[in-house]
Design a protein around this ligand. Structure first.
Ligand code: HEM
Ligand SMILES: *[C@@H]1O[C@H](CO)[C@@H](O)[C@H](O)[C@H]1NC(C)=O
Ligand SMILES: *[C@@H]1O[C@H](CO)[C@@H](O)[C@H](O)[C@H]1NC(C)=O
Length: 332
C-alpha cells in the first residue's frame, strides 16, 4: 500500500513537472519592473555574481542562503543586510546568522555599481533575489524569471531572525509548521531543502546529528554508521565549532539533485535534511524526495517555482519602505 501510494504521488508530481514556469504567480511584482528605469540591472548583478563566485566558489551557496534568510524574517525586504545603528539591531548577530551568513561585501559591490548606473532605483531586496537566481545558475542549476519591484525595509528584526529561521535540529513537524507560517507548503519545503546541494555547514550545526545515538539505534539498516563516524571525526563532542563540512558530500559545488540521493542513503549533513526521509508525513514527502532523486528536471522545475514563491513573501511595494542607497543603512 505504502509503496503504491508513493508511486502514485510520484506520478502526479511528474505530471505537474510539465507545467511551464510562465504559469507561476509573481504576486504584486513584475519581471520587467526596471525595464525603463534600470535596463542593465540583471547584467550588472550577473557579472558581479560571476566574478565573486569565480574568486570563491562557495559564494554561490552563500548568496542563495542570504535571500532565504532575508525572506523568512518580515519578508523579502533586505532587512538581513542592515547593520546595527541607532535603533536598528542587526539580524546579522542572531543565532542562525552569526559567524555563518556570508556575501555582504558582494551585495555592497553590486549596490555600488547599481548606484552608479541608476541611482536611487534598485532595491537591496531585489538585488538579493536576482543574485540568488544567478548563483544557482552558475552552480549548474535552473534559471527562472525573477519578479522585481520589492522595496527595502526601514527596520530589522533580531528576535525574528532568532525565531523564524528554522534550526537544523528541528523535527519534520516543526519544519512543516515553520514553512507554513511563511506561506510555503510541504512541497516547497522539500524543493527548497534541495539548496543544500551546495555550500557548507559548521560543526556547530551538525554536532547533535553526529553524536545523537537515538536515531541510529532505531535504524534497522544501520545506514548511518560509517557516515556518522566521518561526521564525528570532523566534529568531536566539544571544540571545533567552526570546522565545516560540505552539505552535499558527493558533488559539493554542483547544483544538482544529489542532495535527494544523499538523504535517501542517510547521508544528509543536517538533522533537518535527514528528517525528510526518517520522519513520517503520510508518505507525501518521501514520494517527492524519490521523484527528485530520480529526475533532476523535476527537481529543477519544482525548485524554480518554489524560489519564486519564497521571493514573494511579504514584499514591500508602492510607498512602503524605501530604496536604500547603501544596503547596510537606512537613508536617513
Ligand atoms: C528547511 C529548513 C532549513 C534549515 C534548518 C537550514 C539550515 C541550515 C544550516 C544550519 C546551514 C549551515 C550554517 C552554518 O553552519 O554556518 C545551512 C546552510 C545553507 N542553507 Fe539552509 N536551511 C534550511 C533551508 C534552506 C533554504 C530554504 C535555502 C535556500 C533557499 C537554504 C540554503 C542554504 C545554503 C545554500 C547553505 C550553505 C551556505 C554557505 O555555504 O555559505 N537552506 N542551512
Ligand atoms: C568561529 O569563527 C568566528 C569568526 O568567523 C569567531 O568570531 C569565533 O570566535 C569562532 N568560534 C570558535 C568556537 O572558534
Ligand atoms: C536544538 O539545538 C539547540 C541549540 O543547540 C538546543 O538548545 C535545543 O535543545 C535542540 N533542540 C532539540 C529538539 O534537540
Amino acid at each position: 500500500m505504502e509503496v503504491m501510494r508513493i508511486f502514485m504521488v510520484a506520478l502526479v508530481l511528474a505530471l505537474h513537472g510539465t507545467e511551464t514556469l510562465s504559469s507561476v504567480d509573481h504576486g504584486p511584482l513584475a519581471v520587467d519592473y526596471y525595464k525603463e528605469s534600470c535596463p542593465l540591472v540583471e547584467d550588472i548583478v550577473r557579472r558581479s555574481v560571476q566574478t565573486a563566485v569565480f574568486k570563491d566558489p562557495r559564494m554561490a551557496a552563500s548568496l542563495l542562503r542570504l535571500h532565504f534568510h532575508d525572506c523568512f524574517v518580515m519578508g523579502c525586504d533586505g532587512s538581513v543586510l542592515l547593520d546595527s545603528e541607532g535603533s536598528i539591531v542587526s539580524e546579522k548577530g542572531a543565532g542562525p546568522n552569526v559567524n555563518s551568513l556570508r556575501g555582504f561585501e558582494v551585495i555592497d559591490e553590486i549596490k555600488y555599481l547599481l548606484e552608479e548606473a541608476c541611482p536611487y532605483t534598485v532595491s537591496c531586496a531585489d538585488i538579493l533575489a536576482i543574485a540568488a537566481r544567478d548563483a544557482v545558475v552558475l552552480g549548474g542549476g535552473p534559471g527562472w524569471d525573477v519578479s522585481l519591484g520589492r522595496r527595502d525595509s526601514m527596520k530589522a528584526s533580531f528576535s525574528g531572525a532568532n525565531q523564524l529561521i528554522p534550526a537544523p535540529n528541528s523535527s519534520l513537524e516543526t519544519l512543516v509548521a515553520n514553512f507554513q507560517q511563511h506561506g510555503l507548503d510541504v512541497s516547497d519545503l522539500v524543493a527548497l531543502s534541495g539548496s543544500h546541494t551546495i555550500g557548507k555547514a559548521r560543526c556547530l550545526s551538525f554536532r547533535q546529528r553526529a553524536h545523537d545515538v537515538s536515531t541510529q539505534d532505531h535504524d534497522p539498516y544501520k545506514r548511518y554508521t560509517s557516515f556518522r563516524r566521518i561526521l564525528r571525526s570532523i566534529c568531536p563532542k566539544s571544540g571545533k565549532d567552526n570546522k565545516s563540512a560540505p552539505l552535499d558530500f558527493t558533488t559539493p559545488a554542483r547544483f544538482d539533485n544529489h542532495y535527494y540521493l544523499n538523504i535517501l542513503q542517510g547521508e544528509g549533513l543536517l538533522g533537518s535534511d535527514d528528517v525528510l526521509v526518517t520522519q513520517d508525513h503520510g508518505g507525501e514527502i518521501k514520494a517527492q524526495v524519490w521523484a527528485y532523486a530520480s529526475n533532476q528536471h523535476l527537481f529543477f522545475a519544482g525548485f524554480a517555482k518554489s524560489m519564486v514563491k519564497m521571493g514573494n513573501i511579504n514584499v514591500l511595494t508602492g510607498n512602503d519602505g524605501e530604496i536604500r542607497r547603501n544596503c547596510r543603512f537606512l537613508n536617513s
